[in-house]
Design a protein around this ligand. Structure first.
Ligand code: SIN
Length: 288
């Protein structure tokens, strides 16, 4: 194995890891990769050439692999891998066209949210289809002491793709099967969570529809709505964000959902710009 390099991208929290071939060296490189993952929250590995087995093996180092909530586009060789794609195959969609062009953290609507998620690019356009990341530890650190005190101990109720509007095409009522709906009851999570490995605090509230946040627990409805709106405005400020432009096929990106959020931009991707990625997530601990 060559010497592993870790370099911040454009002075951001995101880092690129070089000098590692994940098909060969993932075992030997794991301690350094794990350290870099905790330090940088989002890691980019360019120029990889991974089979579904190599990829799933790498994913399993971060935690237990589990299938996505929407199972329609599971990979035939490994159901934990979900295919994201705007391409068609024999006239049918090859994968999920848009996995979330809104700010979210994966599986935040579950009792056990995802810790790591990774995407492995098979085909990406020269431009467009970027993924945006936000540092939720930096967003927490930037709050005033007064607001931090106010948030201390608060929890919220949420449910996957919950919205008051049952006719919203993005809502659970439109997108999930009966069975998937039954598998995703309401959950309660802390507004601020402590990272189980680093001990750092992060905001854990997400404006995107997948989080489906209904209200802060034990708070007057208007006060809860105003506080959530204030937090959403704060966590989506540009100063906490990094825009990742996919350089080419073979790029693998992994992020820590416990202290970041992300959004796709595929809702705006023209149909002739083909983009196919394989997505994996691992099950984390209940947020505290
Ligand atoms: C996701 O939100 O899980 C996918 C992000 C992307 O497609 O860029």
């Amino acid at each position: 194995m060559m010497a592993l390099t870790v370099e911040r991208l454009g002075g951001s929290f995101v880092a690129e890891v070089g000098g590692v071939d994940l098909a060969q060296d993932q075992e030997a490189a794991w301690p350094e990769i794990h350290r870099a993952y905790l330090d940088h929250k989002v890691l980019v590995f360019p120029d990889q050439d991974l089979s579904a087995e190599d990829y799933a093996g790498f994913g399993a180092r971060f935690g237990e692999l589990a299938p996505h909530t929407i199972r329609k586009f599971a990979h035939p060789d490994n159901p934990a891998i979900m295919i994201l794609s705007n391409a068609t195959e024999f006239g049918a969609p090859k994968g999920v066209r848009d996995a979330g062009s809104f700010w979210h953290s994966d599986w935040s609507y579950r009792e056990l949210p995802a810790n790591a998620t990774m995407l492995y690019a098979l085909e990406v356009p020269g431009d467009g289809g970027d993924t945006l990341f936000a540092d939720m530890a930096a967003a927490y650190a930037a709050l005033s002491d007064d607001i931090k005190r106010r948030l201390d101990g608060l929890t919220y109720r949420g449910q996957y793709r919950w919205t008051k509007d049952r006719h919203d095409p993005e809502s659970m009522w439109s997108l999930l099967t009966e069975e998937e709906r039954a598998e995703n009851p309401e959950v309660e999570h802390p507004v601020v969570r402590t990272h189980p490995e680093t001990g750092g605090k992060s905001l854990f509230v997400f404006p995107g529809i997948s989080a489906g946040i209904k209200a802060i627990v034990d708070m007057d409805e208007d006060e809860s709505a105003a506080l959530l709106a204030e937090l959403y405005a704060h966590v989506t400020e540009a100063r906490f964000q990094y825009r990742f432009r996919w350089p080419g096929a073979g790029t693998l990106v992994v992020w820590d959902n416990r202290c970041t959020m992300h959004r796709a931009t595929t809702a705006d991707l023209p149909a002739d710009k083909l983009r196919t990625l394989h997505r994996l997530s691992t099950v984390g601990a209940a947020p505290v």
